[in-house]
Design a protein around this ligand. Structure first.
Ligand code: FAD
Length: 414
């Protein structure tokens, strides 16, 4: 008989366990895979973007679900608490562009080691390869969990920390949704979010593969109407596009694709210059270097991979001398720079999505302590709840804040 069983040893499962065990509670983590924190160890491209230093109001703007639901968690445990918690266990952090907080070591594994060491110090029991398949109920209380291998574990309280459906190879395969649904909880349909997209124009993608564009403006047209826009960095792959601005717009694009709408993107490669200013700039270059080829002049304006696509699209010969470039051709080049257009055909699915949109409905969870409104000894933390945010450290902060809220409530219960 345990005090509390935590189902899932990811970011939130490890975090909540440490808080509770510190207070002398008998804790058991049941983890499906053979290691803890597999997803945490690959966060932030291996550098772990732990949290974000934006003020609360701006912070909340980066979340896409019920903001009222999130407020208590962030009031009780926010970014500075996270930084202090990790500093205390020896994990140093640094803040970077966009107020994003990363590990000073640039090694996300450091945070997993630190949490694991703390679990050991706090004498938290962990069972690996423990695939929880079922809750055993008696009236409106859970009395035990049953594993795939039929073993049964009993406790007074249960915390569902099974994560979402994204990056299933890390262990988060959406089990939490099935477990919660079987208990009568409503699940908001899950969709991949913070996800890259495949592009129709395959030949262009093959040329652009590997290119990173900074400071571009990306517009999204849905059935020819502009719906979304973002400024920043994007990246090209042989199959399509990704990068911060694409990921942060992806949630809505996924929904548009589901509705079978036609999605075109338009990239403004020179957002600081109007069409007129860009034309003048081009003319100045042409005048200054009248004997150069168009390809050489364009090197001053865009990366080589884009020049190839630009000249193919505008049907201008690479070697054509700028002296004989027609007005019409100039207009076409400017148009390309201001409005490089492609079509999105598909998202890359849960296997490449950083987060899962949807999940256990917030309407059936008390926002003050994340307790189930259906079963009184069940609590939820992290991504399994219908909460998702932009990139920038917001999702991990939710994992930590939600864990703190649950730990605080459970500590009071004993
Ligand atoms: C590639 C990538 C990079 C990311 N980078 C960042 C970042 O830099 N900053 C940020 O804020 N967010 C980032 N995120 C998101 C962040 O990692 C998640 O939001 C966070 O890990 C969610 O924590 P969690 O505890 O809810 O779930 P998880 O960390 O996914 O943990 C869930 C755990 O539950 C276990 N489990 C699942 N089912 C069962 C079962 N039936 N029985 C027992 N155990 C089970 C899983 O094996 C897993 O260990 C990233 C995500 C990905 C995929």
């Amino acid at each position: 008989m345990y005090d509390i069983i935590i189902i899932g040893g990811g970011a939130s499962g490890m975090f909540v366990s440490n808080f509770l065990a510190e207070k002398g509670k008998k804790i058991l983590i049941l983890e499906k895979t053979k290691i803890l924190g597999r997803k945490l160890s690959i966060t932030g491209k291996g550098r772990c973007n732990l949290t974000n230093l934006n003020e609360k109001e701006e912070f909340l703007n980066h979340f896409h679900t019920d903001k009222e639901f999130l407020k208590t968690a962030f009031e009780k445990f926010f970014s500075q608490n996270t930084i202090d918690f990790f500093e205390k266990i020896g994990v140093k952090t640094v803040s970077e562009r966009g107020k994003r907080v990363f590990l000073k070591s640039n090694n996300a594994k450091e945070i997993v080691f630190a949490l694991k060491n703390l679990l050991k110090k706090n004498k938290v029991e962990i069972i690996y390869k423990a695939n929880v398949k079922k809750f055993i109920k008696k009236e409106n209380e859970i009395i035990a969990v049953k594993l795939e291998n039929k073993k049964i574990f009993r406790a007074k309280y249960f915390v569902l920390a099974t994560g979402g459906s994204s990056y299933p190879r890390t262990g988060s395969t959406g089990d939490g949704y099935k477990l919660a649904k079987a208990l009568g909880h409503k699940i908001i349909p899950i969709r991949p979010s913070l996800v890259p997209f495949e592009i129709k124009e395959q030949r262009k993608m093959e040329v652009l593969n590997g290119l990173i564009l900074k400071n571009v403006n990306l517009k999204i047209f849905v059935n020819d109407k502009k719906e979304l826009e973002k400024f920043g960095e994007m990246q090209f792959y042989k199959w399509g596009i990704s990068g911060a601005i694409v990921l942060n717009l992806s949630r809505k694009i996924v929904d548009f694709l589901k509705e079978k709408k036609k999605i075109k993107i338009s990239i403004d490669l020179k957002p600081a210059l109007s069409d007129e200013k860009l034309t003048n700039r081009l003319m100045r270059e042409f005048k200054k270097f009248p004997n150069l080829s168009i390809e050489k002049i364009l090197r001053k304006l865009m990366p080589q991979k884009l020049i190839k696509v630009c000249l193919q699209e505008t049907k201008i010969l690479f070697s054509k001398n700028v002296k004989i470039i027609s007005n019409n051709e100039k207009i076409k080049i400017v148009k390309f720079l201001k409005n490089f257009s492609l079509e999105i055909i598909k998202d890359r699915g849960f296997s490449e999505a950083i987060i899962t949109a949807g999940g256990v409905s917030t309407k059936e969870i008390y926002k003050k302590n994340l307790q189930s409104k259906i079963l009184k000894n069940l609590f939820f933390t992290g991504e399994v709840i219908d909460v998702d945010a932009d990139t920038g450290g917001y999702n991990l902060q939710w994992a930590f804040s939600s864990s703190y809220l649950v730990a605080e409530k459970l500590m009071r219960n004993f």
